[in-house]
Design a protein around this ligand. Structure first.
Ligand code: NAD
Length: 287
């Protein structure tokens, strides 16, 4: 029976470390702040923004939500990001997803000053991961690494399977694993269409799933004693579940993350950590 990896416990430890750093910054009259940009009325994004605000305020980080109408133009948002880049009171900038179809996320992410890019989505910060020097890296990918490391498992030479190849989770995580000399196979929609996902999953000592399809990964596919990290968030009959058949997978794995209460809280903690990291970098001359 697997040990359940408690995301709240891991997040708590990360936040504990941040408390002291925030105290030291405030002693030097530096007050970390995060600005989120939200476009339109997406209910999911609103819930996420509310929880970001709560988490920031609990830590003593100033949080500002800048809301724009659904029909805002790309140019208007680009100008606003430029203003935030220039504003010394703003340490971190995040763009809430999803954006309406007329707004290209990449164009906006490219505009964020890499030093204020606390979600690690700008091309410059993504590039640093390729070179094995993660700087401000995507929060969920970093959260998964943090969870894996919390087990104390020796990563060198381990065989991992990453299901999902999104820009913010699957791709950066693959590179972070490579940095630790993990052998990584990446599965995606085309692997699924060929019916080959089970074959890969069966060999995984470390299995990470970030797809967004409830119970896509069957418990019986999971390798004996595998470490299973479920990033997926799916709403099924009023309940939130992951991408892995939790109850069955738990019988075979050595470690497994629950949904909710696994990757989610650690991701938020990493966002806070990135905000403090960014604040320190921007105030290097005062520290
Ligand atoms: P995405 O939605 O951008 O892409 C989905 C990925 O799954 C793609 O790589 C696609 O090719 C792959 N895929 C789709 N169907 C497949 C199949 N049948 N077999 C194999 N691969 C398949 O991905 P994302 O933005 O990384 O989000 C994935 C999930 O993770 C979502 O449920 C999202 O809500 C969740 N998520 C959670 C957190 C968190 O903090 N817990 C953060 C980010 C995303």
């Amino acid at each position: 029976m697997a040990k359940i990896l408690d995301g709240n416990e891991i997040a708590g430890k990360i936040k504990e470390g941040l408390n002291l750093q925030i105290k030291k910054l405030k002693e030097k009259e530096i007050f970390p702040s995060l600005t989120a940009i939200q476009v339109g009325e997406n209910p999911g994004a609103k819930i996420y923004a509310r929880s970001q605000k709560r988490s920031c305020e609990r830590m003593g980080i100033n949080y500002r939500l800048s809301q724009f109408k659904e029909n805002v133009s790309l140019k208007e948002l680009e100008n606003f990001i430029e203003e935030l880049n220039e504003d010394k009171r703003v340490n971190g900038i995040i763009i809430q997803m999803p954006l309406p179809p007329h707004l290209d996320a990449f164009t906006l992410q490219k505009k964020i000053d890499p030093l204020k890019d606390v979600e690690g989505v700008s091309p410059a910060n993504m590039g640093m991961i390729v070179y094995g020097k993660p700087f401000l890296a995507p929060c969920t990918a970093m959260a998964v690494m943090e969870i894996i490391k919390s087990t104390g498992m020796r990563l060198y030479g381990k065989e991992a399977v990453m299901v999902g190849h999104s820009d913010i989770v699957g791709k950066p995580l693959t590179l972070l694993l490579l940095k630790e000399f993990v052998t990584v196979s990446v599965c995606h929609i085309a692997t699924g269409e060929r019916g080959r996902v089970p074959d890969y999953v069966k060999g995984a000592e470390i299995l990470i799933v970030a797809v967004g399809k409830a119970n896509l990964i069957k418990g019986e596919w999971v390798r004996e004693n595998a470490l299973v990290i479920d990033v997926g968030i799916n709403r099924v009959g009023g309940k939130i579940v992951g991408d892995v058949e939790f109850e069955k997978a738990k019988e075979k794995a050595s470690y497994i993350t629950p949904v909710p209460g696994g990757v989610g809280p650690v991701t938020t903690a990493i966002l806070l950590r990135n905000t403090i990291e960014a604040t320190k970098l921007q105030n290097k001359n005062k520290l």
